[in-house]
Design a protein around this ligand. Structure first.
Ligand code: ADP
Ligand code: MG
Length: 713
């Protein structure tokens, strides 16, 4: 039986144990909280956490939270605090500890705090608790010191090399020993002259202040900082700066040395050498200068290339534009040629029918009807291809008084644009003549006025103005025409104007902003072609809302303007019966037939050829030929002009009449025809053709009797 005393004792004992336990736990807890080492206990938790499970922090001290940068870690799991891929590594490590009971120890840098930690993990016993105790010891300072030592050792090795090289090059100019504690230098002569130290100073003792005095002012702060750093750290030292020598100039040098520290960290010596690096610096500076220069050159080169490229692109754009115009010109030129041939066939047939009917020779009429119908059919087939007017229609450029032409058009223009638009003509007096095809210019003027009218639906004013212009080299280059004298014909309206993107495209054939059926988009492209072919240019000045000026520039013609050409009108066709023979070369049978019939009516003999090869063969034969009538555009390898020139080798006096629907100025020598040559434009009235042929065969009656026909022949 237990006595009361026993019971009391037992109670007292258990109280003591309890108190002791509480006391012990508090002691450990405060120890746990106050130690510098991070400490935590983690417990394995199973569940939906992948193959390695997870660990919850059941205890974590402040040092742990500080070292790993995780406040309030208790309750968080490993996966809560570590990124996914990193967590896996940890889980695996702790898993091993739990399973095997083998503690682990390793070092690792922790990303968030940039601290190096030594980690030691132990299984908490009994293992059934599934807990791991982890201790973290901060070893950052040790790691940094090791790194610094490595750096210093590397620098020391480099310094050895520096000194060896300098020795080999004879570049060591002095040595020193400095006692940092007493601030006294042991100096040799080289040192003394490097820092211009006087004998007195040497005697009294050289201090860092003397050194600083000789330094370039810009280098002083840098040297002081470098020395402080080296002395604090110990080990290898290298620094570059300038000192003033006896000659008063600053020279670059490199100080290479070493700070020796006592075990307690006190600097006990700082020996070193000075290396002359003047030459090295000069070489380096030169290299830097060259690099800089190259870099700058490279930059400006890029800029120059860029400028040049833009210029090229501009030129290319201009070239493309003019090539496009050229292509369209050729296309429409070809079409116009065909069409004019057919028209010549039709109108010629009609005229001949009239003549035959007057003569009562009705049997021949059928032939002409058939010919005209055939030509008309082909013309109809052509019309759908006739999308553009040709810019090569200028057949007969004549010296032209543009003022007279403009005032002759004023009535027509006014009637065309209507009463709501006031047309004003300002013709400068003394306007130079131009060498142009007058109907084309009239057409161009009318087109410009119609464009102006269309831009002024509510009425306004059109001003037609002429002027003489001198294009100097710069202006000419800007306008893309040769330098020289030009006259201008400008049409200005007070209409809607054009935005730049429209201006950029107006010369494109078929470009129009007008509704279908109202604009063809050919007006300005045709005018452009005409102006270019006449050796001139077209320019547009336009502001949206203000109006538009379109100017045609034409080269000045040096010469007189002829009076209106008096076209000979033949009432009856005189006949010649002397065997005069005319060679007719044309690829269009209708034209050949017409010309042959006209010749017959005049009493001449006609020989026909369908191409240049056949024509030349006849020209080179002995057949009598008084006149060659030929088309300019011919099949058979040569154009009409070339065939005529070839024929003239054998027949120097051969007279030539070119008939053509699209005489290229260039082919006919830009309007400058050799004597005995003339041009006739298709379509032409039969009388004109007859008169031309007759006057050419007869020759100018008074001027050259030698080629006058003798009545007795
Ligand atoms: P179209 O008159 O058949 O449209 P054009 O070649 O004559 O063809 O003109 C092309 C385009 O240029 C016109 O559709 C118009 O947009 C613009 N344009 C020409 N002249 C003028 C002008 N005087 N004012 C405003 N726009 C113009
Ligand atoms: Mg137009």
């Amino acid at each position: 039986m237990t006595s009361l005393l026993d019971l009391r004792r037992s109670v007292a004992r258990s109280r003591t144990v309890e108190t002791a336990l509480r006391f012990s736990e508090e002691r450990y807890r405060s120890l746990f909280k106050s130690i510098d080492e991070g400490f935590c206990i983690i417990r394995f938790i199973d569940g939906p956490h992948g193959p390695f499970g997870d660990y919850v922090h059941v205890e974590a001290n402040p040092a742990f939270e500080h070292q790993l940068g995780i406040p309030h870690a208790t309750g968080l799991t490993l996966r809560d605090i570590a990124p996914d891929d990193e967590a896996k590594g940890w889980l695996e490590l702790y898993g091993n500890v739990l399973r095997t009971g083998q503690p682990i120890r390793f070092e690792r840098e922790f990303g968030p705090t940039h601290r190096f930690l030594e980690v030691a993990a132990h299984r908490v016993e009994p293992s059934s608790r599934c807990e791991v105790a982890v201790l973290f010891i901060d070893i950052t300072a040790r790691r940094r010191a090791e790194a610094a030592l490595r750096d210093s050792e590397a620098l020391a090795r480099e310094n050895v090399e520096r000194v060896q090289l300098a020795l080999a090059a004879g570049a060591i100019i002095g040595t020193w020993f400095w006692d940092p504690i007493s601030d006294r230098f042991t100096v040799d002569d080289g040192f003394a002259s490097t820092f211009s130290l006087s004998a007195t100073v040497r005697q009294e003792g050289v201090t860092l202040a003397h050194i600083m005095e000789a330094l370039h002012p810009d280098d002083r702060a840098g040297l002081a900082a470098a020395i402080d750093e080296a002395v604090a750290r110990g080990g290898a030292y290298v620094h570059q700066y300038r000192t003033r020598r006896a000659d008063g100039r600053y020279h670059w040098l490199e100080a290479v040395g070493r700070v020796d520290l006592a075990p307690d960290g006190t600097p006990v010596g700082f020996p070193g050498v000075f290396i002359d690096i003047e030459e090295r610096r000069a070489v380096e500076a030169e290299r830097a200068r060259i690099t800089e220069e190259l870099r700058r050159l490279n930059e400006t080169l890029e800029q120059r290339v860029a400028e040049r490229t833009t210029e090229l692109m501009r030129t290319e754009e201009a070239l493309r534009q003019s090539q496009k115009m050229e292509a369209v010109g050729q296309l429409t030129g070809g079409l116009a040629h065909d069409f004019n041939n057919l028209l010549a066939g039709i109108s010629g047939s009609l005229e001949l029918m009239q003549i035959r009917m007057q003569q009562g020779r009705l049997t021949d009429v059928d032939r002409y009807v058939t010919a005209a119908q055939g030509a008309a059919r082909r013309a109809a087939a052509l019309t759908h291809r006739l999308l553009a007017f040709s810019r090569r229609q200028t057949l007969d450029p004549k010296p032209t008084d543009v003022n007279r032409l403009v005032s002759g058009m004023q009535d027509l223009v006014q009637r065309t644009v209507g009463p709501s638009i006031h047309v004003e003509v300002v013709g400068v007096s003394g306007l130079w003549p131009a060498l142009v095809d007058p109907p084309q210019l009239e057409n161009a003027l009318l087109n410009l006025c119609i464009n102006a009218r269309d831009a002024m639906p509510d009425g306004g004013r059109i001003t037609v103005e002429t002027a003489n212009r001198w294009m100097d080299e710069r202006a000419a280059r800007k306008q893309d025409i040769p330098e020289g004298q030009y006259l201008s014909l400008c049409v200005t309206d007070t209409g809607t104007g054009m935005p730049p993107d429209v201006i950029a495209r107006v010369f494109e054939p078929f470009f129009t902003t007008k509704p279908i059926g109202e604009g063809t988009g050919l007006g300005l492209s045709m005018i452009y072609g005409f102006a270019k072919q006449s050796g001139g240019q077209v320019r547009i000045y336009s502001e949206v809302g203000d109006g538009t000026t379109v100017c045609i520039y034409l080269p000045r013609h040096y010469g007189e303007v002829e009076d209106e050409e008096a076209t000979a009108k033949l009432e009856t066709l005189e006949r010649f019966d002397q065997g005069e023979t005319v060679l007719v070369v044309d690829d269009e049978p209708t034209v050949r037939m017409l010309v042959t019939d006209i010749l017959e009516d005049l009493g001449f003999l006609a020989i026909e050829a369908g191409d240049s090869a056949a024509g030349l063969k006849i020209l080179q034969s002995d057949v009598r030929i008084d006149l060659l009538v030929t088309d300019v555009g011919l099949p058979g390898g040569m154009n009409g002009r070339q065939m005529a020139d070839a024929g003239r080798v054998r027949r120097p006096d051969l007279k030539v009449l070119f008939i053509t629907g699209y005489a290229e100025n260039a082919i006919l020598g830009n309007g400058q025809l050799a004597p005995g040559m003339a041009v006739l434009t298709k379509p032409f009235p039969v009388e004109t053709m007859a008169a031309r042929i007759r006057s050419m065969i007869e020759g100018p009656k008074a001027a050259s009797p030698s080629i006058r026909r003798s009545p007795n022949l």
